[in-house]
Design a binder for this molecule. Structure first.
Ligand SMILES: Nc1ncnc2c1ncn2[C@@H]1O[C@H](COP(=O)(O)OP(=O)(O)OP(=O)(O)O)[C@@H](O)[C@H]1O
Ligand SMILES: [Mg+2]
Length: 480
């Protein structure tokens, strides 16, 4: 049989290929009108191919703004956009999430259109969102959070902020003043310095104290999901059949605390700023503007100026949120508060006054020279741990501290010139003997055997260490 045009690819061939692939393909002309739309795309978006042909992108997807459409972006710039995740609502009201790449089409030098190739990841996103919500819920429960969802009640007030350090007092006074108004407050400081404590206290001291306080850690949720968590999503979006309000709506009239703001994706920061300026939000995939009245508190555990310089925090958003900006000092810069904090945490974790132990002088000295990279949280943890390990003892000693703390290579260590070598060695030795005794069920002969010591030697060491303890204990007790 003779073939007339063996090399020619017929239009039908092309159509067969374009309709056989798994990806959705959408081609527009130079003005943004649809010239081709494959069967897969129609299935994803639950639209009809013949309805789409000849329709403009913005008409087909009314929830898209010109700036959000990758097809229009490529027509504008002539450059491809690769692997962009987009969520939009179709003319028929279905919300879809796709991962798409969009390419310009040139004839010679003339841009004659754009092709969008995308995969439906609605299901993937739906699952991802569920996982994240569950994880968030679990971690809140694990942290002893009272609430199982994002709605945290603000438990702390300014009177819970312990400290008389001059710098801290100044910051507290500023925060108290800021709390009365509804201006945004930006709090920054290292981990464990009390940012959440301040945020909750500000809410509780202000006119919105009876309204919700909602905290969201922007670093805990993948950026793509944060948007729907903050702004909500519409029916048919990702979490089943119902419309879901976001945290903005849940916090209406109250306070939204955006923890770790600099971890929010920069494009979302732009949307956040727009929402704050406009006073209303739109749910993801939704059209309807929803007015919201929310006081924003934000935090970061690094200097926001650095995050702005490095392009991770938008300058305009930071400017909007930092009418009042509080920098919380690390614990090593307010060591004068350590004794006060120690008493506070001893009382907090040993509420009964009878039998409440004190800290040995060696421990207080160590606390005074340690670097505290985890700040107040780390101090609280050390005291809580010592109360457990030294349960029933009148004096808590170095051996009762968490093991990582007293190791010479501890993260904030190397600053213990105040502690004598002798006291370090003694506490180390006591730890070893204590563990050997515990393993041997208190049997001295057996413990001595396991340590490779004669029984008498172990007994002698025990007497010596005991005498030393009593000396330290009495000295501590006699301190003014
Ligand atoms: N001045 C303080 N007085 C009493 N407790 C404090 C103080 N500062 C911090 N804490 C306690 O330390 C712990 C950590 O505080 P918080 O959660 O506010 O820190 P953070 O700055 O938000 O830390 P992160 O950056 O890790 O989230 C909490 O248990 C809090 O109660
Ligand atoms: Mg925090």
């Amino acid at each position: 049989m003779k073939r007339t045009h063996p090399q020619r690819l017929e239009r039908e061939h092309l159509l067969a290929v374009l309709n056989a692939v798994d990806e959705a393909i959408h081609i527009v002309d130079a003005d943004g009108y649809t010239v081709f739309y494959n069967d897969q795309a129609a299935r994803f978006e639950r639209l009809e191919v013949h309805d789409m042909i000849g329709k403009h992108v913005l008409q087909a997807y009314p929830s898209l703004r010109p700036a959000d459409s990758t097809l229009l972006e490529v027509l504008r710039t002539g450059h491809p956009v690769l692997n962009r995740q987009q969520t939009f609502t179709t003319e028929k009201g279905h919300t879809v999430t796709v991962l798409s790449s969009t390419f310009p089409v040139f004839r010679g030098k003339e841009l004659i259109g754009a092709v969008d190739i995308s995969r439906d990841i609605t299901k993937v996103r739906e699952l991802l969102e569920k996982i994240v919500l569950l994880q968030d819920r679990c971690s809140r429960l694990a942290r002893g959070g009272v609430q199982a969802d994002a709605i945290r009640t603000a438990r702390f007030t300014f009177s819970d902020i312990v400290g008389e350090n001059a710098q801290l007092e100044k910051i507290k006074a500023l925060a108290v003043r800021a709390a009365q108004a509804t201006v945004p407050v930006f709090v920054f400081g290292e981990t464990g310095t009390g940012k959440e404590l301040f945020a909750q206290s500000i809410h509780n001291a202000g006119p919105r104290r009876d309204r919700p306080f909602i905290a969201q850690n922007c670093a805990a949720i993948p950026g793509e999901l944060l948007e729907s968590i903050l702004f909500g999503s519409v029916r048919g979006a990702f979490t089943g059949a119902h419309d879901r309000p976001g945290l903005f709506e849940a916090a209406d009239g109250g306070t939204l605390f955006l923890d770790e703001l600099a971890s929010m994706p920069v494009p979302l920061q732009a949307k956040l700023l727009r929402a704050l300026e406009d006073g209303y939000i739109r749910r993801v995939g939704g059209l309807r503007p929803i007015p919201v009245d929310v006081r924003i508190l934000a935090s970061s555990n690094e200097d926001p100026a650095l995050a702005v310089r490095e392009g991770r925090l938008r300058q305009d958003l930071f400017a909007r949120l930092s009418s009042v900006c509080l920098q919380l000092p690390p614990l090593r810069e307010r060591r004068d508060d350590i004794p006060l904090l120690v008493d506070h945490f001893l009382a907090k974790h040993h509420p009964e006054e009878r039998g409440r132990p004190e800290l040995a002088r060696e421990v207080l000295e160590f606390f005074g020279s340690y670097e505290w990279p985890g700040n107040v949280r780390e101090l609280e943890g050390a005291i809580r741990g010592a109360l457990v390990l030294g349960w029933g003892e009148p004096v808590l000693r170095a051996e009762h501290l968490p093991a990582y703390l007293v190791r010479p290579d501890a993260p904030g260590g190397g600053q213990r010139e105040n502690q004598t070598l002798r006291s370090l060695l003694e506490s180390y030795e006591k730890g070893i003997i204590r563990r050997a005794l515990a393993r041997a069920g208190g049997n001295i002969s057996e413990a001595a055997r396991s340590l490779g010591l004669p029984r008498q030697t172990l007994q002698y060491r025990l007497r010596m260490l005991d005498r030393e303890d009593r000396r330290v204990g009495t000295e501590f007790a006699n301190k003014p």
